[in-house]
Design a protein around this ligand. Sequence first.
Ligand SMILES: [Ca+2]
Ligand SMILES: [Ca+2]
Ligand SMILES: [Ca+2]
Ligand SMILES: [Ca+2]
Length: 300
Amino acid sequence: MRRYLSIRFGVSMIEMLVALAVAGVFLAGVLETFVSIIRASDMAETQLEAVANARTALERMSVDIKAARIDPRRPIQTFHGIHTDLTYGDGIDNDEDGRVDEEVHNGSDDDGDYQVMNDDLHESLGGGFIERPVLVNMADLGDRHVDEDCRFSADTLDFITFPDPNNPGYREQTISYELTTFDGQPNVLVRHVTYNPHDPQNIRTEFDPIAFNVLSLSLLYWDPNRIPMNWVTSWDSLYAPFFPDPQIELPVEVHISVTVYAGSAPFNEYKPGQRVETVTLETTVNIEQVLKDERYRNLL
Ligand SMILES: [Ca+2]
Ligand SMILES: [Ca+2]
Ligand SMILES: [Ca+2]
Ligand SMILES: [Ca+2]
């Protein structure tokens, strides 16, 4: 009995050691998986936050820009889009051509890798020329190999919108956007509103941050005064009297592209030019007043 017990005990010891070793390996594996799941979910969370951050800004800007106006009472209109390209992008060779951030976000194929036969998407849209027939065989923002490895931009825009129906006291408002430092934080996309800009008695201004950790704000304008119509990177309504016919003072559409930081390290550790995880959201907004403008309708 005693002998049996001791043998039994010995076996148990070995069993226990083996079990411990197995459990150890198993636990290490579980821990590793666990850590990588946490890391992945951290990453996913960062990305989701970045997307939500950029989406808020796009929605806000879309509502504003849609209401940009041509004021028939004034000889000179207010719509100024200033384009500033930075010298760096996300530091990643997104199009895998061996060069990094070589293309500028401008609706054109700056690095010349666009091939009409393979890359033009106008013709394939629904099998017919449903989108701007004049542009078949021309590059636009939806085409492959156009704007695929972009540098960052720090564009600004200001314009006048129709009065806000919820605030009858505000007869007019000027809205502008810029990337700036807000409350000590860099890279904040700020919306600046001036109510009643032409009425010194009732003028009032408001500054609102609409997105944080914004690495790039890039705006393009669809120019109805060109033949064929095309995207341009800047706009100055001051020069409208010198625009080609029909001299429409505002663009028909604005393409907005917002790139926000989505890295896992704190944003203040990011250095311009280094590789960086980002999220870019884009949208195109029609300026409703220009869409309804007789001069524009006559062009279609
Ligand atoms: Ca590249
Ligand atoms: Ca890149
Ligand atoms: Ca290209
Ligand atoms: Ca380009």
